[in-house]
Design a protein around this ligand. Sequence first.
Ligand SMILES: Nc1ncnc2c1ncn2[C@@H]1O[C@H](COP(=O)(O)OP(=O)(O)OP(=O)(O)O)[C@@H](O)[C@H]1O
Ligand SMILES: Cc1ncc(C[n+]2csc(CCOP(=O)(O)O)c2C)c(N)n1
Ligand SMILES: [Mg+2]
Ligand SMILES: [Mg+2]
Ligand SMILES: [Mg+2]
Length: 325
Amino acid sequence: MDEFDLIHSITPHSHYHPSVDVGIGDDGAVYTASSHMQQIVCLDTMVEDVHFKSEYSTPQDIGYKALAVNISDVAAMGGIPKFYLVSLAVPSCWQKADVQAMYEGMAELAKLYRMDLIGGDTVSASGQAVITVTVIGEVEKNRACLRSSARSGDVVFVTGEIGSSAAGLSLLLGETPPSAFHTGDYFIEKHKRPVPRVQVGRFCSQLQRAALNDISDGLASELHEIAESSSVTIEIEEQLLPVHPDLPEADPQWKRWVLFGGEDYELAGTVSQQEWISLLDYCTQSGIRIAKIGAVTERKEASVLLTANDQRQIVLEKKGYNHFK
Ligand SMILES: Nc1ncnc2c1ncn2[C@@H]1O[C@H](COP(=O)(O)OP(=O)(O)OP(=O)(O)O)[C@@H](O)[C@H]1O
Ligand SMILES: Cc1ncc(C[n+]2csc(CCOP(=O)(O)O)c2C)c(N)n1
Ligand SMILES: [Mg+2]
Ligand SMILES: [Mg+2]
Ligand SMILES: [Mg+2]
């Protein structure tokens, strides 16, 4: 594989955004930012054997997810994703076609959001593959949906369903047998190909106030981040959590998937009770699942409380995915 040939082969022939002045091919990319928008920049990395395994993820899957998780962060800010840059550390066993396939996985998603690839970096890796994606997006001035925006009295909500990605991962890793699920492929797809909630983020950015966080490390962890950043307590109810009906039968530990599993890339957030009505209306009309899961209260000793199905309230710990634990 030749580094320069490879870069040449992944260089786009055209851009969705005419604001790209210089794309791939110089020392840096140049774009003209709109004066009435604020720029959002997010970066997340995926490492082979930490975030995916080549045994079950194709290069397309890896590319798709590496871009999806970054778009999800832009969605959690209420923004419009526009550009992306890709840093790749390629192991010696990869062929040029594998790398190109990874870019195809990204291009598939980029097409949906009309996002332009404007740069990156390519190096060889002595061990596992590493892919880092940077996404640049924008949001109207002072409209970003911050984790610090939750207020006592707000409704707490989550989009989609949670726990399904962790269930898919458990299947892929052979921790749960395929016989535990009616439709194992559904959960595997949820794990490999999360759909970022850009539309919901955009709607929230037009509300008076919304706190948002995307679920990468798990619902409990993300709610803690909102509660701590806003100096409030979040109280949720187990019975309101949107969970696929097959999960409880699949594994006795299924609640761990839901609360601490992560990689759902759904949005968890808070809005005022009044604005919750408009958000629910919008999602219902758009065919997007969204559920009220609890309420924000004045700051108490615990950041997040969970009312279990037996009506007992317990402290929900800040457990979840943590790279160093
Ligand atoms: N190594 C680092 N150097 C500088 N800033 C960092 C570093 N790692 C994380 N951050 C910053 O810390 C904040 C939280 O990052 P974090 O990665 O936890 O958020 P996230 O991307 O939403 O979560 P996840 O990585 O689980 O998807 C962000 O502002 C991020 O830019
Ligand atoms: C092989 C394998 N083992 C475990 C996991 C689970 N996992 C890895 S990183 C992460 C949190 C999000 O990542 P980050 O915080 O880096 O954005 C989770 C839940 C996986 N996907 N693949
Ligand atoms: Mg991150
Ligand atoms: Mg995030
Ligand atoms: Mg992230």
